[in-house]
Design a binder for this molecule. Structure first.
Ligand code: NAD
Length: 263
């Protein structure tokens, strides 16, 4: 299937590692020019070099913290300066810390709001004029299955991330006539550096070898295994493509069937 991504300008936030990096690689492999950001320049440069080497694509590595309004503005400006256009925006960030309600201060809620919701708002706000100018755009928000089914121990994710779905569903209505689609992707259990660290910690707490812990952890996943970042990226690349032209306002979990909700 020809995805129609050749020559398009794409920006993937929080993309030096994990799911974001896999999305950037996937878009670059389809011929898009890709801007990526993260806070640490060295990790970002390594990711950019890897993507260039594997795809030959033009990759802009721009250090930016998505929780800082001025960084987001500078990031989008740099991408547009480099590519002359911005057609695809993948919003992404780190996850908020785990913990029960009694440990969560106002500050913890504010930080999670800024990390997962306000960063999404700001990235979209800066990108929109460039998409409207060409009457074509694809916005894909990376969130979590917590937007469909709360995850035990991840109160902040459960409380804040669903706001992004409300935002996306509202914007689907406001942006459709400008030729811009907006969708949300909810990864389930995906093996990245971050999730491996969390699982190794939980395995130690449970007194289990990592492989044994992993086997039990995926028992509830109908496909019976943990997912790879590339499996999320394939869905994101499709939603970013010309072929997803009549899909907007949806939330699609990539979770091996873990969420049992009908919706
Ligand atoms: P990861 O730690 O492997 O990668 C996160 C990336 O985000 C890194 O490149 C990091 O540098 C960057 N980043 C973090 N905070 C940033 C900030 N403030 N500004 C700019 N860049 C920043 O994580 P991942 O597993 O790929 O997860 C990506 C997102 O998906 C997170 O929000 C995570 O909570 C969510 N998620 C992950 C899983 C999973 O199983 N891996 C499941 C559900 C949801």
């Amino acid at each position: 299937m020809e995805l129609g991504l050749k020559g398009r300008g794409a920006l993937v936030a929080a993309a030096s590692k994990g799911i974001g990096r896999a999305c950037a690689l996937g878009l670059a492999a389809e011929g898009a020019r890709v801007a990526i950001c993260a806070r640490t320049r060295a990790d970002l440069e390594t990711a950019a070099e890897e993507i260039r080497a594997k795809t030959g694509a033009e990759v802009l590595a721009f250090p930016a913290d998505v929780t800082r309004a001025e960084d987001v503005k500078a990031l989008v400006e740099a991408a547009v300066r480099a590519f002359g256009r911005l057609d695809v925006l993948v919003t992404n960030a780190g996850g908020p810390p785990p913990g029960p309600f009694d440990q969560m201060t106002d500050e913890a809620f504010r930080a999670a709001f800024e990390l997962n919701l306000l960063s999404t708002v700001r990235l979209i706000r800066e990108a929109l004029p460039h998409m409207r100018a060409r009457r074509w755009g694809r916005i894909i928000n990376i969130q979590s299955t917590s937007v469909k089914q709360p995850i035990d121990g991840l109160l902040l994710s459960n409380a804040i991330r669903p706001g992004v779905v409300g935002l996306a569903k509202t914007l689907a209505g406001e942006l459709g006539r400008d030729g811009i689609t907006i969708n949300t992707v909810g990864p389930g259990r995906i093996l990245t550096g971050r999730s491996r660290g969390v699982m190794e910690h939980r395995a130690r707490q449970a007194g289990l070898p990592f492989e044994e812990f992993l086997k039990r952890d995926v028992a509830a996943v109908p496909l019976g295994r943990i997912g790879e970042p590339e499996e999320v990226a394939h869905v994101v690349v499709f939603l970013a493509s010309e072929r997803a032209s009549y899909v907007t306002g949806v939330t699609l979990q990539v979770d091996g069937g873990l969420v049992r909700s009908l919706w």
